[in-house]
Design a binder for this molecule. Structure first.
Ligand SMILES: [Zn+2]
Length: 239
């Protein structure tokens, strides 16, 4: 039997520090791993950068979640039309995308001990020039719900933690049971206390019942070099 993997992806690090720590604590105390998406403009906050630097990158790996994280919520876009008032950070042109990634990387290299190789676009909104900008800026992996074209590895997103009980979770998870990579997305700032409690149960279920192995994005990229099935998932969307 092929190994099955799981990645926990948590967005918006920098917006809500206490809840970020709470999320990381739950993951680490249950012997799991995770990837946290840093919003560039918050990196210079010393409390945040000291905290990130104190984490073991083999267990909690950072990824780039944009610099400004400006995007228009879906519901609002339906009324005002895409891009008319506030352009999405990664639905502009290649120069703007390069600029955002460089602003992120400049702060990252100044304040942090580690360098992100993965990118998760704010609001999961992006256009094709983003992939070129990622390659230009030495990123290797992008999280995505949809098809990618370009020279970058993909970690496909599988679902969001929005359930309130382990029964609801396992029911939704049914559709992903056979997936070699299961990527669960979180927004720590929006989780209820019940959902924070649920995380431990989900970890236990994925490890014990599903025999999934927790990995970080760079660990998965390493595994793909020797595992054809994982390689094909990470590159199927690559044209
Ligand atoms: Zn976000």
């Amino acid at each position: 039997m092929e190994e099955k993997y799981v990645i926990f992806k948590d967005d918006d690090a920098g917006k809500d520090f206490p809840r970020l720590k709470k999320w990381v604590d739950v993951v680490l105390s249950n012997d799991a791993k995770g990837a946290i998406g840093l919003i560039g403009k918050y990196i210079k906050d010393p409390a945040l950068s000291d905290y990130i630097n104190s984490l073991d990158p083999a267990k909690i790996e950072i990824f780039c979640h944009g610099y400004s994280h400006s995007y228009v919520p879906f519901i609002l876009r339906r009324f005002i039309g895409r891009n008319r008032i506030l352009p999405l950070e990664f639905d502009r042109d290649i120069d703007s995308h390069n600029g955002s990634l460089k602003r992120y990387s400049t702060l990252e290299s100044k304040y942090l001990n580690t360098k992100a190789i993965s990118f998760g676009p704010p609001g999961n909104e992006w256009n094709n020039s983003v992939v070129d900008a990622l390659v230009n800026n030495d990123f290797k992996i992008m999280f995505s719900w949809s098809k990618l074209s370009g020279n970058i590895f993909t970690i496909p997103l599988s679902g969001n933690l929005k359930q309130n009980s382990i029964e609801e979770f396992t029911k939704d998870y049914e559709k992903n049971k056979e997936d070699p990579i299961f990527t669960l997305q979180f927004h720590h700032a929006d989780l209820t206390n019940e959902q924070f409690d649920l995380i431990a149960e989900v970890i236990d279920y994925l490890k014990k019942d599903e025999k999934r192995i927790f990995v970080t994005p760079s660990e998965l990229l390493g595994i793909s070099q020797e595992n054809d099935e994982i390689m094909s998932v990470m590159t199927t969307m690559k044209k």
